[in-house]
Design a protein around this ligand. Structure first.
Ligand code: URA
Length: 235
């Protein structure tokens, strides 16, 4: 890999900033000052230092975020805070969220720079399960459970795929768990609208077999373990 790419991806600075650092002699490869930004480095073997400190290169990062309300699932936004801004100790500058949660939705969001994993989890052909906890205005009934299992008309060309609705409590405000296998725009809210009800609070608690770590408060995150990454790869 080119030295300037290596340094930029390791978060030292932009591609043009790191070129300047290299020209100024601030970078060594195996203890030798290197002044050519296009020099190749072996990420497995070479020791690169910036200002005398070893530059760690991490190819992929994987985080589980408990997304808080009020933050957008995007990499950049002119108005609102993004989920990426919440990952304070990230090494990579190319992180993105795997799919989206609405601004007012909380819960499990995977943040990574692994495009292949993300593509596999979001591909409409893979039907990855996503489970939500929600509170609903109105009494959720067994009829709703049956309708969701058949598929409901949310105004798209096709009905929704069979979804598993579990009623946790049913009063003027009901608590439910819902597992869907698609990721249509505002899908959970629109499914409840289709049966004349309103989602008041929505939180994703599981995706592709990965459960939200309940010790994470909204806005908190942690790295995924190797086992969790493998679980998502198998998904
Ligand atoms: N369904 C919704 O309506 N909103 C979300 O954020 C996720 C699923």
């Amino acid at each position: 890999m080119r030295l300037d790419k290596f340094l930029a991806e390791a978060g030292i600075g932009s591609r043009s900033q790191v070129k300047t650092y290299v020209k100024k002699g601030m970078v060594t490869v195996n203890e030798e000052i290197v002044k050519k930004a296009e020099q190749k480095v072996d990420i497995e073997k070479d020791v690169v230092k910036f200002h005398g400190e070893i530059v760690e290169y991490v190819a992929f990062e994987y985080y589980m975020l408990n997304k808080p309300e009020g933050v957008v699932s995007a990499t950049k936004d002119n108005v609102s805070k993004t989920v990426i801004e919440l990952i304070k100790d990230k090494k990579r500058e190319d992180l993105f969220p795997v799919g989206r949660l609405d601004k007012d939705t909380q819960g499990l969001l995977i943040i990574t720079n692994d495009g292949e994993l993300s593509h596999n989890m979001l591909s409409p052909r893979k039907h990855v399960d996503k489970t939500y906890y929600a509170t609903i205005e109105g009494i959720v009934t067994k009829d709703d459970v049956a309708l969701f299992l058949e598929g409901v008309d949310i105004g798209d060309e096709k009905l929704t795929m069979p979804a598993k609705l579990e009623i946790l409590s049913s009063d003027n405000i009901s608590e439910i768990k819902l597992t869907i296998r698609e990721g249509r725009f505002h899908q959970v809210k629109r499914m409840f609208e289709a049966v004349g009800k309103k989602v008041l609070f929505l939180k994703r608690i599981e995706m592709g077999g990965l459960k939200l770590d309940e010790s994470l408060k909204p806005g908190e995150y942690r790295k995924l373990t190797k086992e969790e990454i493998n679980l998502l790869r198998r998904t």
